[in-house]
Design a binder for this molecule. Structure first.
Ligand SMILES: O=C(O)c1cc(=O)[nH]c(=O)n1[C@@H]1O[C@H](COP(=O)(O)O)[C@@H](O)[C@H]1O
Length: 286
């Protein structure tokens, strides 16, 4: 089955387009996990336990795992997410010359989808695109303030670069496995890109901590697909979900303790609540 068919089934099953970003920043992992063998894995495991019923997808950002313990933590995390039936999109923003890209693309044996950077052109993405079962999300109009520096530059044809990327990505979609990354902080660009590529699903980051537009994320981020009854796309929040527990008072207990420390349960319960809140907020606009 293709990534987007799997994703459609998952969105349908949990009635959610929420991508939970597993950006397990070691500086923000709660100190009660310090004594664990792999604190990032211990953290992600509990985040997954708390959020999987609301997660269409998990999106670990590779930046938070690029050291020896990090790779181990990531591998455990991916296996655990899969055990819960949730697809994993590795946010790695890859893109390089062919033989290097072929090595980068090997990670698609382990995860279900990846983000890629189109700056080096179509051939740099071929090794990913030819993995027909995997999802390949091409950076198009990013959510950061500097996203405009290059992506909004006007080409000789008068169109901005991000529009050309969207049109090119459509031509790269021979196997129906291409999506685009368009930030929720750029709602007008989201609308424009949706007009250019009606059939490509978007990964829309930037709601939550970056303050992006959740309504536009849903209105323009989801694509109708032939067959599945649901529109397909993802709206990601990372820090706004996984670190929601930082706002919980140490003695506030939510729900049954289930054999865990009640303060820890409150911490992770807040992440589950944040994922559920985002799911409901997005569903109002689906
Ligand atoms: O490719 C991405 O996922 C991405 C693209 C983009 O334009 N903006 C963006 O924030 N992201 C990623 O999405 C996540 C956003 O995290 P929060 O701001 O904490 O929700 C981070 O992992 C970013 O690297």
């Amino acid at each position: 089955m293709s990534f987007f068919d799997d994703l459609a089934a998952r969105i349908d099953a949990v009635d959610s387009v929420v991508s939970v970003g597993l950006d397990a920043d070691p500086d923000r992992i709660p100190s009660f996990l310090d004594d664990r063998d792999l604190p990032r894995w211990a953290f992600n495991r509990r985040i997954i336990d708390a959020t999987h019923e609301h997660a269409a997808c998990y999106k670990p950002n590779a930046a938070f795992y690029e050291d020896a313990d990090g790779w181990r933590a990531l591998r455990e995390t991916v296996a655990y997410a899969h055990g819960k039936g949730v697809p994993v999109l590795l946010d790695a923003k890859r893109g390089d010359i062919g033989n290097t890209a072929r090595q980068y693309a090997r990670v698609l044996d382990e995860v279900d989808a990846i983000t890629v950077n189109p700056y080096m052109g179509g051939d740099s993405l071929q090794p990913f695109l030819s993995e027909t079962d995997a999802g390949v999300f091409v950076l198009c109009r990013t959510s950061n303030p500097g996203g405009a520096d290059l992506q909004d530059l006007e080409l000789a044809t008068g169109e901005p670069l991000y529009e050309r990327v969207a049109a090119l990505a459509d031509t790269w979609n021979e196997h129906g496995n291409v999506g685009l990354v368009v930030g929720a902080t750029a709602p007008e660009e989201l609308e424009t890109v949706r007009e250019i590529v009606p059939e490509l699903p978007f990964l829309v980051p930037g709601v939550g901590a970056q303050g992006g537009d959740a309504e536009a994320a849903v209105a323009y981020g989801l694509a109708e697909r032939e067959g599945p009854s649901v529109d397909v796309g993802l709206v990601n929040s990372s820090r706004g979900i996984i670190f929601a527990g930082e706002d919980v008072g140490r003695n506030t207990v939510s729900g049954p303790s289930g054999g865990h420390d009640p303060d820890e349960d409150a911490y992770f319960g807040a992440a589950g609540d944040a994922a559920e809140r985002l799911k409901k907020r997005l569903n109002q606009h689906r």
